[in-house]
Design a protein around this ligand. Structure first.
Ligand code: BGC
Length: 266
């Protein structure tokens, strides 16, 4: 005869909370060149299948991008919850800025658009916030209680700020002004390519940028991410003007997907 376990009320409440959090979530990371997705086990941060990448449509208008979201959901035969990153400010599912995407995104209810495309509930969040959440839970920021600044260097510069592990969303520190220009137009990975900078010259710009950030926020730890963090040995040792510890992101390409899935879970 099966034994019946009577749980005290507080245990039942805790279990109910756990069950209402999805464990397997499709994470989708929208970037300037590619849109990547994979199902993720949000309790371990592991991808449950190889990620798939589809080229970002050009121009990256909302409907063609939503179509890619649909293709990814179909590719994984996905009917569960979904989390999606966006390279701009996102509040309550509405995309508020689009520095490196088409202005058609500004003021758009992306949560509803993607929800229709994916056929399920979708959470949308800023791309750097997603990468930061993943690094704090499973990567370079595990156990860090102080102020942590995560910066992603790519087409733009994304930022995510944590204290005691809690995120302040949509910080947009890539747009502080340095030498009269948007910081990301001087120190992003794209700026390195466009201005044809050596590692030394570019690291000098990043160092100057980080000194500004350090003066404003005094972080204990700075995590540097984005594609260029794969070559961190070429530039991180040159960042000598900073007091804070600087470490490369640990999750590299998967941070956005995993962070998207974490947001989609709860
Ligand atoms: C956007 C941020 C984004 C970053 C990285 C910036 O231009 O304003 O929202 O996180 O690029 O994609």
């Amino acid at each position: 005869m099966p034994s019946i376990k009577i749980l005290p009320d507080w245990t039942r409440a805790a279990e109910a909370r756990e069950y209402s959090m999805a464990m397997h979530v499709l994470g989708i990371d929208i970037g300037g060149s590619g849109i990547k997705g994979a199902p993720v086990d949000v309790t371990t941060g592991r991808l449950l299948a190889d990620r798939q990448k589809i080229e970002t449509p050009h121009p990256a208008l909302p409907d063609p991008v939503a179509d890619v979201v649909k293709q990814l959901a179909t590719a994984f035969s996905w009917s569960g919850p979904v989390g999606i990153t966006f390279p701009g400010v996102v509040t309550d599912g509405v995309t508020r800025t689009a520095a490196n995407l088409d202005p058609a995104w500004i003021g758009l209810d992306a949560g509803s658009l993607f929800g229709k495309a994916a056929g399920n509930h979708v959470r949308v969040l800023n791309d750097a916030d997603a990468a930061g959440m993943a690094e704090m839970k499973f990567g370079a920021g595990v156990g860090e209680q102080g102020t942590v600044l995560m910066l992603t260097f790519g087409t733009g510069i994304g930022s995510a700020l944590f204290t005691e592990g809690i995120l302040v969303p949509n910080t947009e520190f890539g747009h502080i002004e340095i030498r009269g220009r948007d910081a990301e137009s001087r120190a992003s990975e794209r700026a390195k390519e466009l201005d044809d900078l050596t590692w030394g010259k570019w690291a000098g710009r990043v160092d100057e940028y980080l000194r500004h950030m350090e003066a404003l926020l005094s972080p204990h730890l700075i995590i540097v991410g984005g594609g260029i963090s794969k070559q961190s040995e070429k530039w991180v040792p040159r960042l000598t003007g900073i007091r804070a510890r600087i470490v490369p992101a640990a999750m590299l390409n998967d941070a956005g997907i995993v962070g998207a899935a974490m947001a989609g879970a709860g």
